[in-house]
Write a protein of this length. Sequence first.
Length: 294
Amino acid sequence: MLKRHIKEILGEHLTTRLQRAWTKRRQRWLSKVAFTEEDLLLVLTKICKVRKGDVLFVHSSIANLAINMPPHKIVRLLMELVGPDGTVLMPSYPKLTSYNFLKSGATWDVRNTPSYSGLPTEIFRRMENTKRSLHPTKSVAVWGALRDGFISEHHQDVRPYSAKSPYFKFVQNNGKAIGVGVSARFLAFAHTIDDYLSDDFPVKVYHDEILPGKVIDYQGNQLIVPTLAHDVKKLRTDAVGFIKKYIPKEKAHSFSYKRRDFFYVDAKTFFDMGLKLARDGITIYTRAPVSRKF
């Protein structure tokens, strides 16, 4: 939300310059502590405990990792760690916010529209045997044993994190979310709790209108995918604080190693606890609950 307020005050051009300057400064700070391929492997296998056969949802930032290792090699490493019996998922979102993208009338092409969720996600979605779910704003790229089942129904529900989404199926299959160069504030599947409770969720997170998403599928067919879009004014969250307060450390932890941010989250543990707490009005959202009585 801070970025949005800065952009409103300074304008897009000055905000972009400020972000670039901040990124360069952070990279200089990170470069003072070397981080190697061996370090990454240690974090993934010893701390995050990534194993063969895992269902792994990966969030990442190459800039914040500051490692002398090509991004495609990092992606390959993740795939090798889970092996052919495992499954890797990554977010694959358009450049604009969901609401702005849908309002723009732009068409999302599953074959060609780039992923703006970080360079590794764009590399990943282009890889052989990786496919994306047919959703215009919250698509997930998936590779591995459970790929087809995860992506097959995403476009069939107006709620992007519903039981038909890859996010919910990830939870059902005892997945593990990890962050590579990012903290748990980027935890996408957390919104499955919102959509599972639907109108009973204590925070009104979506715009009221259902918007038509223009989509082109793998066969070149044009589809209209109706979907709800998040209201970014309601998305001030604190997943890191939520995890620290409510989830056992062995099941979820957002941490730093050699100045780099990482996290791991056991999806089922987080979902079960989050669901229980949401029914008592406690969520990852830091704003007060919004009444649903119109």
